[in-house]
Design a protein around this ligand. Structure first.
Ligand SMILES: Cc1cc2nc3c(=O)[nH]c(=O)nc-3n(C[C@H](O)[C@H](O)[C@H](O)COP(=O)(O)OP(=O)(O)OC[C@H]3O[C@@H](n4cnc5c(N)ncnc54)[C@H](O)[C@@H]3O)c2cc1C
Ligand code: FES
Length: 280
């Protein structure tokens, strides 16, 4: 069992937790993820390692309440336990040898992008960050990005915080103004990553994306997380989750990602109803 050492709501739909898991904390690197089950009958879900503290033995996760399992996880509090917490899984993001990198984060993808930005900063790389959200109430981790970025651009769809518009606008402007990035790393919704790759491709700037297809075992056995990358089948859990953004078949990934929408909606409604009955 794994104890929840701290819990903080970052916005109405995103929560941060520190979980006591010293063996995972010891080995975790930016870009890797864990798979957890809230209880012994629960579904397995992958979440990125958003940080770690080796001395305290804790691993930080930041999750959006997206459906049944994340809803159940969010019902737990400091001092509660979750039954399984396996990791670190996946390959760490390659971060050595860069002089200037632009990080593009969208929504809860910013939680995945932050440890990458922090590690680049530690490595002495100049970090420019562009983070985007639907509106001001959903903005997370702005200060954390500020502390590791020499340039931070905050975008919202409705202009209620930062600049109005999508993340690809300031990215294109920066490139057109002569910023020479060794790499652009984009982490967020599939559609955002698709358009970041489309923005950087004409300039041939290496662009890495972090893919988050449905995962079951996380060890390359079930095939659930398969993607087409450069015309070949890849498994995000063992070959990724980072891939060359120019090579990923995003349209196929989006189609596969929405395959279980009706089932997921039903499971979420069931869980919410169960919770409402329990608190009555
Ligand atoms: C490598 C990886 C890292 C991730 N890191 C984060 C993170 O740091 N923070 C975060 O908020 N989310 C992250 N996700 C997405 C997260 O796993 C899903 O939001 C979560 O599984 C939703 O489960 P649910 O039961 O609450 O919702 P559901 O209603 O079951 O699903 C909601 C949506 O979540 C996705 N999803 C559902 N089940 C899975 C699954 N087993 N594997 C992957 N995606 C699934 C689907 O796109 C689905 O449409 C990550 C996904 C992957 C693959
Ligand atoms: S999650 Fe099963 S192969 Fe990747």
């Amino acid at each position: 069992m794994f104890e929840i050492k701290s819990k903080k709501c970052l916005n109405p739909t995103v929560t941060m937790m520190d979980i006591y898991a010293p063996n995972v904390a010891k080995k975790a690197k930016p870009g890797q993820f864990i798979i957890l089950r809230v209880d012994s009958t629960g579904e397995r879900i992958p979440l990125t390692i958003a940080g770690r503290d080796i001395d305290d033995g804790t691993v930080k996760i930041i999750f959006q309440i997206a459906g049944r399992t994340t809803f159940s996880l969010n019902q737990l509090n400091e001092g509660d336990f979750i039954s399984d917490f396996v990791g670190p899984l996946g390959n760490p993001t390659k971060l050595d040898g860069f002089k200037k990198v632009c990080i593009v984060g969208g929504g809860v993808g910013c939680a995945i992008a932050l440890p990458v930005a922090q590690q680049l900063y530690k490595n002495g790389c100049e970090v420019h960050s562009i983070i985007g959200f639907r509106n001001k109430d959903l903005v997370i981790l702005e200060d954390e990005f500020k502390s590791v970025s020499s340039k931070l651009t905050l975008m919202t769809d409705d202009g209620s915080a930062g600049r109005k518009g999508v993340v690809t606008q300031p990215l294109k402007e920066a490139i057109d103004q002569g910023e020479s990035y060794d790499e652009v790393i984009a982490i967020g919704p599939l559609v955002m990553m698709k358009f970041v790759a489309a923005t950087t491709k004409p300039y041939n700037i290496k662009t890495t994306v972090s893919m988050n297809p449905i995962m079951i075992d996380g060890t390359g056995m079930c095939g659930g997380c398969r993607l087409t990358v450069g015309g070949e089948t890849k498994f995000a859990c063992v070959d990724g989750p980072d891939f060359d953004g120019f090579e990923v078949d995003f349209d196929e990934a989006m189609k596969r990602g929405s395959m279980y929408k009706d089932f997921e909606r039903h499971a979420y409604d069931e869980q919410c109803n169960l919770f409402k009955k329990e608190v009555k």
